[in-house]
Design a protein around this ligand. Sequence first.
Ligand SMILES: Cc1ncc(C[n+]2csc(CCOP(=O)(O)OP(=O)(O)O)c2C)c(N)n1
Ligand SMILES: [Mg+2]
Length: 350
Amino acid sequence: MPAKKLSNEKLREIHALMVETRILEERLIRMNKAGEGYFWIGGPGEEAFAVPLGLLLRKGQGIQYDFLHSHYRGSPTLLAMGAQSIDAIRQMRAVDADPYSGGRNFVNHYAVKKWNVVPVFSVIEAQYLQAIGTAHAQREKGCKGITIVTGGDAGTAEGDFASALVWSSRPAGELPLLMIVTNNKFGISTPWEGQHGEKNVADRGKAFGIKTNIINGNDVWESWEALEEAMDYVRSERKPFLLEARVSRLYGHSSASGAPRWNEEDCLEVFEEKLAKAKVMNKDEMKAVHEKTLVKITEAYKKVQQEAFPAPESIYDHVWAEQNGDKGRDEFARAIGVDFSLNPPPPAHH
Ligand SMILES: Cc1ncc(C[n+]2csc(CCOP(=O)(O)OP(=O)(O)O)c2C)c(N)n1
Ligand SMILES: [Mg+2]
């Protein structure tokens, strides 16, 4: 158990967030099975890594803060950042009050402008390409913000991932980009063994001179240390880092594969054993956290069951940036703190 700097208070905070994410996700799975949500995909099995990520990143809006380009297993990170579990339940049920997509998108497809959480989408690994953009805006010396992008192992076969390696490491323009791959050794039903000639995904960064690390993402302490080290490096050096975290996939790929419980190492169980052994929390205290959280999630679920679906006449809302008083490009420029005025848009053609 390294990272002695993790106080007992911090460990209890991490534990509470891991429990909340797990109970939330189990509720979301049940909602899908009961026909109360169209599709489930999420983060059970990645909590030991993804909660520390959410606690360590610098949350805020604009280039002085970190940008997060997450994939669809980001619930532990978002809850650790301060997202409310009731809002994930709202997105699952596709109600109007879903703050991420107004009841339009799949669950775990977050979008939080005030925290630089760029909209999550279902097209795998394209987020690595988008991340080049925000990292480019943050390239200047003196800028404190960095860009963090997460994705799965199988998706690294996509050209977008290769583009991120190339564009982040160009000697004339290195980018403050932390590339994270959570390797659960599966791409839906395709096992890692038959698809990857390389031993570790992270090794691919070495060809570009990118600093890399491979860790056990099922261990809270190891994850915390590795993330802190990688973030410090990217933040101070303004250079890329490729971090591979080996994780479990506790409920299979998604509802498309039935979401049954898999017999893989459970990072929450491992963490609880270690917390008890280190006398940070005893089993009764942990049980109380589980019970309290279950009540909270159940109450949130019942509340959302009463909430309205989007009105049919709102179907075209959010389709065009100019709608709803949103000034599109100008607002985006302000949000990321970049002046696009030297690159005016091309004249409109009619
Ligand atoms: C461009 C693209 N191709 C295929 C898919 C279908 N698809 C969805 S998830 C997935 C597997 C992703 O595996 P991995 O990158 O390892 O992430 P994991 O789901 O295991 O976390 C695939 C092929 C997609 N969404 N987008
Ligand atoms: Mg995978």
